[in-house]
Design a protein around this ligand. Sequence first.
Ligand SMILES: [Zn+2]
Length: 302
Amino acid sequence: MTQTTFPGFLDAHVHLALIDPAVLPAGGVARVLDLGGWQPGAPAEAAELEIAYANQFLAAPGGYPGRQAWAPSGSVREVTTVTDAAAAVGEQLASGASVIKVTLNSDAGPVFATDVLRAIVAGAHENGVPVVAHAEGVGQAVRAFSAGVDMLAHTPFSERLVDELVDAMAGRMTWISTLDIHGWGEPTDDFTRASDNLRRFHAFGGRVLYGTDLGNGPLPVGLNRREIDALLGAGMAPDEVIGALTAALPGGALARTAGGAGRHPLKRVTVVPGERPTDREGFADWLCEARAVTADDLEDTD
Ligand SMILES: [Zn+2]
């Protein structure tokens, strides 16, 4: 049977604590980046996923998502001072985190002062680890960029960013897409703004990772057809969408995947059955038939 084998597809924004990870491989997802609230343990490890994670959200005192009902208890580490920043970063790294997640949500509470944010970034970078920000509220995306944050957990959606800023961001940032959270198929104003920002970020050469914010709202556990369609709709070619799904985990995370001492080799690859169609609609249909399989499964089907 004709099939195409890819490196395991990556969802670069998930919350494993809020979903059943065992379902992900059947939906094509082999690798995940957990962006807050998860620590190594069953059941995610039983699913034989490759997992990189942030562990706790670093937030200003009283800041997002500390007051959100969905945030598991203990999942937020408040950072008050510059001197506390290095300790907060160190705690995450000691737990095996390979990215540092900060929240800058001025619509939902206080956000970091710039000096504290810069100290967190410095602490992460001294350890060779990237910083991922949840930027929400007018002006927070540019604050993240100016402070040296490496990645945005969501395509900016609170405002239209001017071309000059998007161009500069494309020079050294990675954006995780998460377009479909804005309406889940019934696009909102946030979806329209985010798609417009992403279209220009991509056109300026910015690095985009496929990510869904899985665990947040009614999202399919597995490859999300609507997210794929939104990426294509924002001007990404089919091969570029595949690139966004097959990129390396950030921060050299392979060496730090869950299980610590285990240092798992590649666990799963993603297989898409059938001939790859040449048209866009057919491509998305085809891609979403993906399954993530182990090396043993692969031998059985060959
Ligand atoms: Zn999230």
